[in-house]
Design a binder for this molecule. Structure first.
Ligand SMILES: [Zn+2]
Length: 750
């Protein structure tokens, strides 16, 4: 999605407006006169990016863009953006909403156009040259946007408008733009004294150094320290290919004749389930678990202590009690306590499930002739075995019902037609950046053109992993622009001449990414910086996740999931198996994520004094242990997905996902509760779709997110449907817990 693509700074999203200046429509006469009297000298740009493209809806014209254009275009666009900001600062007229807040929104249009195309291509079709340019330009962009966000003269004008807001008549969206502009600058340090701002800069710089060190150390502990096994017997159960790779890696690392297994990012290791030798499993697991904690010569513990202390100190400069309170200013949950309470609600049911699953696995071990209790290094070996017996799911057979074209046109587009009245027409007139990309015109429920959709489904070496959505053109009433949106996936491409089949996971992802696209297509905002998916980190995944529900909705399934040879619709029992299997092993799968999210919040909730007291490696260990024990989960059976010493999401960049790892769980709660609403209200109907569009999908970042949810569902979000979907409310202990109190038992969600 957008935030990942334009990963410069929050300021980039705020200040990267997208259109030429001086096109404001009719305002009161006085302001017109003022504007006429003040004609700042803004240099004109040259080249492709100087103007909007000539193509329909300003879609990018890839035939006119060459790699050599980017650097000179960037230099020019940053210079123009600076001049636009100078013009705002030097305006002799008193600051007002139009000449300051809207002017900031509009500034940087050429820069915005370059970013949009450049970061789309570095993500999905990069080259060595584009990567080089990216390395060169990224720090310059950060510096450029920071220099604007922290410009005292610019802030003085913004503050003058903000302080006068009670006396102004504004639309809700105008008020939100004013508040966001002001808050973003304040969050960066605009309200601090010069001395405090210097302290913030010093902390930022130290955080940058320490988090880079953490990132390098965590990577070294993973890739430079593979686990060495002396004999082939220890690796019994692995495939010949895996064993050959292990032998090659050992040779490469100077252990000729031995075997080496490289660690993967998470605490659990993907080869563990196949390994028959229990001692070898334990050895591999323990190497992962003790990564970077001083067991070897890599030790990130003091880095963590210093990062936590600096973050707490920085928060204190802003008058906040802890880092989480500072970092969560623009989130839906907003307060650390809200996120913590939300997660702690899950603990009783989750702990009960962990214990139940552990007992099941120990029984499976006994049935296999083992006389020991299950440990983390045994867990997936036996869990996978039970899963295979119970659900007997043949993934290849499932794929035969999912032909890519049908998934998109008869599944995803069909869902969009039934829910929202959209129709689609393939087009062949638009240039694309790769021959595998297809384009469609999207027509709205009234038959009018809504936007353009680019679909880029296949894996290739020039594309980074994962799947995402972003805009080539943002919707904006200020400019009269309609959304031009792309979805990128990484589906393995079938050999030439064969039918393109996709796994059920990719089917789900196709619905998910199109959920993001709908959030973009239904945008109905005046300002680009509040348009469509420009929403909080703990909100943006919610609309996309909800749309996954339609992938298995019976009337949608029967329209697209047809066998590639026989044309027969996918059997119900196959879908039931997929859904039942998804509820299996949640004590571990879900438990390790909840534990990591809680661990993140504990580190982020330290006061400066508490952080200062964690001043030795042993105290880092003790803090982690205590934090996890307090949760009441089975942390020795199910350790967190990442331990602190290799929790790169939260320690490998100055802010990263710190105080934010909970977002994955939070949006899932909103998603599952919304599915329940759809089911209770008749499912796949135009009425429901129009209601969701009106209350959520069309609102962009213009409203309080709780209010948005309330407007949609008629109540506050509830965690129960999420726990039900994960099979976490069954069992005696869970039934007694507060989680299921007063809630409808056993309502299906899917
Ligand atoms: Zn997503």
């Amino acid at each position: 999605m957008k935030a990942q693509i334009l990963a410069t700074t929050a300021a980039a999203a705020l200040l990267g407006g997208c259109v030429t200046i001086n096109t404001e429509e009719g305002d009161p006469l006085a302001e017109l006169k003022e504007a006429q009297a003040y004609n700042p000298d803004i240099p004109a740009g040259t080249g492709y990016f100087a103007e909007r493209s000539d193509l329909p809806l300003y879609a990018p014209d890839f035939t006119k863009i060459s790699e050599d254009d980017y650097l000179p275009a960037y230099e020019q666009a940053m210079m123009i953006h600076k001049a636009e900001i100078e013009a705002i600062k030097n305006n002799p007229a008193a600051p007002n909403f139009e000449n300051t807040i809207v002017a900031i929104e509009k500034a940087g249009s050429m820069l915005g156009r370059i970013n949009t195309v450049f970061f789309a291509l570095t993500g999905s079709n990069t080259t060595d040259r584009l990567d080089e340019i990216n390395t060169e330009i990224s720090p310059k962009l950060t510096e450029h946007y920071d220099s604007i966000t922290l410009d005292p003269a610019l802030f003085a004008r913004v503050k003058a408008v903000y302080d006068n807001r009670a006396a102004m008549t504004m639309t809700v969206e105008d008020a939100k733009l004013l508040e966001t502009t002001y808050d973003t600058m304040v969050h960066a340090g605009a309200l601090l004294s010069d001395a405090e701002r210097e302290q913030v800069k010093a902390i930022n710089s130290q955080l940058s150094t320490l988090t880079t060190e953490f990132s390098q150390a965590a990577r070294a502990a993973m890739s430079d320290q593979p686990v060495i096994f002396d004999t082939r017997e220890e690796l019994a159960g692995l495939s010949d290919n895996d064993i050959k790779s292990a032998a090659d890696l050992a040779t490469e690392k100077g252990f000729d004749g031995k075997y080496a297994i490289a660690l993967q990012n998470t605490t659990q290791q993907p080869l563990l389930p196949s390994m028959e030798n229990r001692a070898a499993r334990e050895k591999l697991f323990m190497a992962s678990y003790h990564r970077a904690d001083g067991t070897t010569d890599v030790d990130t513990r003091m880095l963590i202590a210093k990062i936590a202390k600096l973050r707490a100190d920085k928060a204190a400069l802003f008058g906040e009690a802890d880092w989480a309170s500072y970092a969560m200013w623009d989130r839906m949950a907003e307060k650390p306590k809200t996120a913590l309470d939300f997660m702690e609600q899950m603990v009783p049911a989750l702990a009960a499930t962990q214990r139940r699953e552990a007992a099941l696995l120990t029984a499976a071990i006994a049935a296999d002739g083992g006389d020991y209790e299950v440990k983390p290094w045994d867990w997936y070996r036996y869990a996978n075995r039970i899963k295979a017996e119970q659900f007997d799911l043949d993934e290849d057979a499932v794929m035969e019902y999912f032909v890519l074209d049908k998934v998109l046109e008869d599944g995803v587009f069909y869902m969009a037609e039934k829910l929202y009245g959209l129709t689609f027409q393939k087009r062949t007139d638009l240039p694309v950046y790769h021959p595998d990309v297809t384009t469609y015109t999207v027509f709205d429920r009234d038959g009018r053109e809504l936007g353009i959709f680019y679909f880029d489904p296949f894996q290739r070496p020039s594309k980074r992993g994962g799947a995402w959505m972003s805009n080539f053109v943002e919707q904006s009433h200020l400019y009269g622009t309609k959304p031009v949106i792309y979805n990128v996936l990484n589906i393995p491409k079938a050999p030439a001449g064969e039918v393109q089949l996709v796994s059920f996971d990719w089917v789900n992802t196709t619905f998910h990414e199109f959920g993001h696209a709908l959030h973009g297509f239904f945008a109905d905002q005046r300002y680009e910086s509040l348009s469509g998916t420009a929403t909080a980190r703990d909100f943006v995944e919610y609309p996309s996740q909800v749309h996954e529900m339609w992938a298995t909705w019976p009337s949608v399934l029967s329209n697209y999931a047809k066998h590639y040879e026989t044309g027969e619709t996918i059997p119900d029992e196959m879908i039931e198996k997929i859904e039942a299997a998804a509820k299996f092993n949640q004590g571990y799968d879900f438990g390790e994520v909840v534990e990591a999210a809680l661990l993140d919040m504990k580190w982020s909730a330290l006061s400066p004094a508490e952080a200062a007291a964690i001043d030795t490696p042993e105290k880092v260990d003790a803090f982690e242990r205590r934090s996890l024990e307090e949760l009441g989960l089975e942390i020795d059976l199910v350790p967190p997905r990442y331990r602190s010493t290799y929790f790169s999401h939260i320690f490998s960049s100055p802010a990263g996902y710190s105080a934010g790892y909970y977002s994955y769980l939070w949006t899932e709660m909103l998603d599952r509760d919304s599915r329940k609403w759809f089911i209770e209200n008749g499912g796949l109907t135009r009425e429901n779709g129009d209601h969701y569009r009106a209350t959520v999908l069309s609102r962009g970042g213009t409203m309080d997110y709780f209010q948005m949810f309330q407007n949609f569902a008629g109540r506050a979000p509830d965690v129960t449907p999420m726990l039900e979907a994960r099979g976490l409310v069954a069992g005696d202990e869970a039934a007694d817990s507060e989680v299921s109190d007063g809630k409808l038992p056993g309502s299906a969600v899917n």
